[in-house]
Ligand binder design. Structure first.
Ligand SMILES: C[S@](=O)CC[C@H](N)C(=O)O
Length: 221
């Protein structure tokens, strides 16, 4: 037996003093999601008043930039505005809407003089401007803000909208997913979004809003 083992002193291991990392002292980080506060105000009907002798109509058909320009070019359309509606929160910003948590749709609210332009004309343009068979999507643009919708102001508009959907469906193989609902509170979008393509869009080339103009609309989106 090796007697040296018995007499061996207990080894003292020299451990370096460790300072706890400051990160370990912090409470665990939870991913911060933007909080969407639902508001009953957003569910109220659109009670705005159009100009005398004009009526409102409202459409969602993808990014509102190109849709607005298309409506501006229709004779009898007197005013167009882009905005957000049919979501859960009050006074949403574009950034809020883009989180895809507020359920707002990008819309164009049109004022038209029914003596100069029928609601059916507006419906025809609506169908021709987008693909109504893709849910919450227009091409590469994904999210509820890009859904297809017709938001009506009168029972007559509702009837015409439903009839036109039926007619459109006979031309298409895929099922139309367009929602047809009463117009709710309209939140006008930020000023830079209004008439965006007429102002030059993101590449500074202005597109004409002239009535009956047939130049192709370049939407960059
Ligand atoms: C107002 S829109 O949703 C704009 C969408 C477009 N893709 C863009 O360039 O951001």
């Amino acid at each position: 037996m090796d007697s040296s083992l018995k007499t061996q002193e207990p080894q003292v291991v020299d451990t370096p003093e460790t300072t706890p990392s400051p990160i370990a002292q912090e409470p665990p980080q939870v991913a911060v999601k933007p909080v969407v506060v639902p508001s009953p105000i957003a569910q109220e009907p659109d009670n705005d008043v159009p100009a005398p002798r004009n009526e409102f109509a409202e459409f969602a058909a993808g990014c509102f930039w190109g849709v607005e320009l298309a409506f501006q070019r229709i004779p009898g359309v007197t005013v167009t505005e882009v905005g957000y509606t049919q979501g859960i929160s009050h006074n949403p910003s574009y950034e809020d809407v883009c989180t895809n948590t507020t359920n707002h749709a990008e819309v164009v609210r049109v004022q038209f003089d029914p003596k100069e332009c029928t609601y059916e004309t507006l419906l025809d343009l609506f169908w021709s401007r987008h693909d109504p068979t893709t849910l919450n999507r227009q091409g590469k643009l994904l999210g509820a803000q890009y859904r297809s919708g017709i938001y009506f102001y009168t029972p007559e508009q509702e009837k015409l909208a439903r009839e036109s959907l039926e007619k459109e469906q006979t031309k298409l193989e895929d099922k139309i997913v367009t929602e047809i609902l009463p117009a709710k509170k309209f939140y006008k979008a930020e000023e830079y979004h209004q008439q965006y393509l007429v102002k030059g869009g993101m590449h500074g080339n202005a597109q004409s809003p002239a009535k009956s103009c047939k130049d192709p609309i370049r939407c960059y989106g």
